[in-house]
Design a protein around this ligand. Structure first.
Ligand code: HSE
Length: 409
């Protein structure tokens, strides 16, 4: 049994509270949560005010505290805390995906400099232990692709839409259940899933990407037309993070996908996350689990305590190479009610084009570099959904069966 560890906790929101309850309820014998530091003195919390401190130094300058749980939502503030904690000789466990994805290079340097352990399993796919799986168990394996549903809130909304429910209502429920970010644009805009994909790209492929250089699109513009069209073609809409090797480099992106029924991701519903990791030597792994929420994410934080106690850092065995995503070409379903935006982009090929109810829809083949010509704010007015590579073939079969377009008929 590992020795008792004295810990300090920053943040007592959804995840912090989840962690606290688990430590108390499970009687996890090896963690003493000595100090909890929060920012807002007025906020009503589960514990009485005297249990909280408001000064970071109460943890950072306490030499008895060996482990810091960093569970606040502000990414830059979180980075300052993590940096200070590592530099003052403490190990750190964090759940802050934006902070990790944005500062990966500096965080690796800090670990090398201080010899301390920094772990962040809870930052990616909630309770699914995918970072350790890819970093450690696949350390000596070539990873060909990692493809997953990494945002519980979006998946909760998309599942609700397929069940005939309303987008705003589903988002509200996801917020009430503690799945959504403080700013839910991070969820539905694809940002959160992008941060998680960037973290996995480093552990799985040794590639370091800047968030602003990775293409992402969100689910904000999806309406019942896309759901009806998807279902009539036997697809399910999912927000998918996709990282895969090509002959020219690694492709990384996050966008809605029309997922086929054979794909395991099509059955990952509600707040669940799922990830398929394809390897060279041992085929595919599929992991599924709770992707968000107090308990599952708190458990993922707690799961990092044992490796901290045995001083087990991530291996980063695939290296750390600053990279740019390759320019992939995809089959895309694009829809917008802002015609002028279509003048900015050129499709390699257009398979179908139609107008209905003030919307312009194009199904065709286009490169990521063209889609990137639409700024982030312009992309809020465009639905961009990735279709399978064999779309044309399967669509021929669809048309041969004399089915009509459900939107246009
Ligand atoms: N907002 C995130 C999600 C929380 O919905 O997946 C877990 O990272």
């Amino acid at each position: 049994m590992a020795q008792k560890i004295v810990a300090g906790l920053f943040g007592f929101g959804v995840v912090g509270e989840g962690l606290y309850k688990l430590i108390r309820q499970s009687g996890y014998p090896n963690v003493e949560l000595k100090t909890i530091v929060v920012q807002d003195k007025e906020k009503k919390r589960l514990l009485p005010p005297e249990r909280f401190n408001y000064n970071k130094d109460e943890i950072l300058n306490d030499s008895e505290i060996e482990l810091v749980f960093e569970l606040i939502s502000d990414a830059e503030e979180a980075f300052m805390i993590v940096k200070a904690a590592l530099l003052s000789g403490k190990n750190v466990v964090t759940a802050n995906k934006k902070m990790v994805a944005t500062h990966l290079a500096e965080l690796i340097e800090l670990q090398q400099k201080t010899g301390k352990v920094l772990l962040y399993e809870a930052a990616v796919a909630g309770a699914i232990p995918v970072v350790q799986t890819v970093d450690r168990y696949l350390a000596w394996q070539n990873v060909k692709s990692i493809r997953g549903i990494f945002n519980g809130t979006s998946n909760y909304i998309l599942t609700a839409l397929h069940n005939g429910l309303n987008y705003q209502e589903a988002l509200r429920e996801a917020q009430l259940k503690g799945y959504a970010e403080a700013d839910p644009t991070l969820d539905v805009g694809g940002y959160d899933a992008k941060f998680k994909s960037i973290i996995l790209a480093l552990h799985g492929f040794g590639k370091l990407y800047k968030p602003e250089e990775v293409f992402h699109a969100g689910i904000q513009c999806i309406d019942s037309h896309e759901i009806v069209w998807a279902e009539s073609h036997n697809y399910t809409l999912k927000l998918v993070g996709n990282i895969y090797s090509t002959d020219n480099g690694v492709s990384i992106s996050v966008l809605p996908e029309f997922v086929t029924t054979e794909d395991k991701l099509s059955k990952v519903n509600g707040v669940l996350n799922g990830v398929t990791v394809e390897t060279s030597n041992s085929g595919s792994y599929f992991l599924e689990g709770e992707g968000a929420g107090s308990g599952p994410t708190g458990q993922a934080v707690l799961g990092d305590v044992a490796p901290v106690q045995t001083n087990s850092s991530y291996l980063y065995n695939k290296g750390v190479e600053e990279s740019k995503p390759v320019n992939a070409v995809w089959n895309i379903y694009l829809k917008t009610d802002v015609e002028a935006l279509l003048e900015q982009i050129t499709f390699d090929q257009i398979f179908e084009e139609s107008k209905y109810e003030g919307q312009h829809r194009i199904i065709g083949r286009i490169s990521v570099s063209e889609l990137e010509k639409l700024s982030e704010s312009e992309r809020k007015h465009v639905f961009i959904g990735k279709l399978p590579d064999n779309f044309l073939q399967s669509n021929k079969e669809y048309q041969a069966n004399a089915k009509k377009d459900p939107i246009l008929t």
